[in-house]
Design a protein around this ligand. Sequence first.
Ligand code: ZN
Ligand code: ZN
Length: 312
Amino acid sequence: MLADGDKRAAYDRFGHAGVSSGGGFDAAGFGDLGDIFSEFFNMGDLFGASRQGRHQRGGDLREDLSLAFEEAVFGVTTKVTVRRQQTCEECRGSGAAAGKAPVTCKSCGGRGQVRYQQGFFSIARTCPTCQGTGSMIADPCPKCKGEGRMPRQETLEIKIPAGVEDGTRIRYGGKGESGLHGGPAGDLYVVLHVKEHPFFEREGNDLRCVMPISFAQAALGTEVKVPTLDGEHTLRIPEGTQSGTTIRIRGKGVPVLNGYGKGDLHVDLKVQTPTKLNKRQRELLNELEGGSKIENKPQPRTLLGKVKEMFQ
Ligand SMILES: [Zn+2]
Ligand SMILES: [Zn+2]
């Protein structure tokens, strides 16, 4: 498996994930833009992983992108500005001045390797003069000074699919640094940072929020307006609802990334005990308490922590 140079390079950078399919996410959902990785692998290994030799793959780049909560949910087309090494336009990457072709390296005679005698052994090493390319530039391109590449700032329009979350990485193939000596370009990895919502908590594709209701609303039942990401939803709260009851509103969550359907919205109902009572309210509550006294005994263990979940 490691004999293949490109696979080897992928293995060095990502371990098995890179070798198999480039992620495990189906990128079909958003064209040829790239792959999405939900896990976060170590980005430190992505840099400087270039092989010596004639064709050198360009380095991978990482850009961090901050998204609003709604942008992550619905997807967004946005711009990132990347500073990357790109093939020099003047010499088209050869590094030689116009009309001057590179000449054969004198140190290695164009082989790209030099041999050292060490005791009984002859050891081949990458030629230090030409860095293994086998050629040298006598008249370097004045624009890139013989590098063949130049750092250039570029603004790329990128499409973020619906349903991404904090820490999601998107790979844009070939949008990293240009390769050297005809080598392929590296990839650009955009790492997403999603801002928090004032009241929605994200749990995968589901959303959760806490809705306070009064004791009377819980006891008598009521209807309340719950904000969702696509408008208000009327939530019916049945009479006799206990504090801590969760009502699930189907399909009001986050779209499934690269898939179909949406998650749900869970509304945790929290019965609020009144803190400031006037004389009249106090009388009414005392009257109510006389009519239906609760037995203050610990609940049997089996009932503890069992929170009822209702569906709408
Ligand atoms: Zn140049
Ligand atoms: Zn050489």
